[in-house]
Design a protein around this ligand. Structure first.
Ligand code: R5P
Length: 323
């Protein structure tokens, strides 16, 4: 899956990949895989809280990509992404693709109570209004968020990379555990790759205080090593509850694979819980506090690089994930 720079490729045919302030390391790794240097640009943060972005090289007629997760600080990084799209568009890029490894506000995908905003939709509208031609993202909290955009969206899966990392654990008779019904499809994909059965937990979230309660576990886990899979970890409550119930039901070793390690809290509780290792993709690289010590980062840079290569060559992306 690794891509070397194409020999004799004229400079003007190479993609220009800019780093937003949330994703410089991932951008460097993506560019390393593509065999190019990150495009030159700058972001300035002013004392009154506004910001400014500028491309420092010619983008006219080029396919431009800007890599920016909308996390830490979510709102600033979202606005910066909008300014990048606008700057590149106004500088006459042939196309502007927003590569958003972690799409913040993904949980605001519906109006399930009165007088609330569908925040993911508002973000999608803003990104589109800024002039984006395409969005590449990873493990959206709800795949239907793709439909909030009119432009094409490629929602990549971290799963193949996380599975490879988990395989090295040598789990015995593994069972893949979805910590809530929303993760069942994801769990099935992991289970197919690992040739394992699945178990599903029933989780209830009563309020917006980020606390959820795990009520029941459906599936046989006794005597099996367990792999908990999820799209995001915020406070860690979901993983900790799942680990507790797995212990109660007689599971053996417990590891977790999560795409987006937000880790907005719960560091000590996560380190103290029965999960041995939490594998996370490198979609979020800057956090106010360090993640739990048991976190192992799995890079998905080659996957984003391959997506960019295929977009540039007008090749299929879905075939990347064929079973
Ligand atoms: C829920 O729908 C998500 O998939 C995650 O399970 C959840 O957001 C994780 O949050 P926390 O780590 O705070 O339990």
């Amino acid at each position: 899956m690794r891509l070397g720079r194409r020999r004799n490729e004229p400079d003007e045919e190479r993609p220009l990949v800019f780093a937003g302030s949330a994703s410089p390391a991932l951008t460097a790794a993506i560019c390393g895989d593509l065999g190019i240097e990150p495009a030159r640009g700058e972001t300035m943060h002013f004392s009154e809280g506004t910001l400014f972005v500028r491309a420092l090289e010619n983008v006219r007629g080029r396919n431009a990509y800007v890599v920016q997760s909308t996390s830490y600080p979510t709102n600033d990084n979202l606005v910066e992404l909008l300014f990048w799209i606008d700057a590149l568009k106004r500088a006459s890029a042939a196309s502007v693709t927003a590569v958003v490894p972690y799409f913040g506000y993904g949980k605001g995908d519906r109006k399930d109570e009165p007088r609330v905003s569908i925040r993911a939709r508002v973000c999608a509208d803003a990104i589109e209004a800024a002039g984006v031609d395409r969005v590449v993202t990873m493990d959206l909290h709800a795949p239907q968020i793709q439909g909030f955009f009119r432009v094409p969206v490629d929602d990549l899966y971290a799963m193949p990379y996380l599975v490879e990392a988990v395989r090295r654990e040598g789990l015995e008779s593994p069972v893949v555990v979805a910590p809530d019904a929303g993760s069942a499809k994801r769990a099935r994909r992991f289970a197919r790759r690992l040739d394992a059965p699945i178990a599903i937990a029933d989780k209830e979230r009563a309020e917006h205080d980020e606390r959820a309660e795990l009520l029941e576990l459906v599936g046989d886990v006794e005597g099996r090593d367990a792999l908990i899979v999820d799209d995001i970890v915020f406070t860690g409550g979901t993983l900790i509850d799942a680990a507790r119930i797995l212990r109660e039901r007689g599971a053996g070793r417990i590891v977790a694979a999560v795409t987006h390690g937000v880790f907005s809290g719960g560091r000590d509780r996560l380190d103290a819980c029965a999960i041995e290792t939490i594998y996370c993709a490198d979609t979020i690289e800057a956090r106010p506090d360090p993640p739990p010590a048991k976190v192992r980062t799995v890079t998905v840079a080659p996957l984003f690089a391959e997506a960019i290569r295929r977009i540039d060559r007008r090749e299929s992306i879905s075939t990347l994930f064929e079973e």
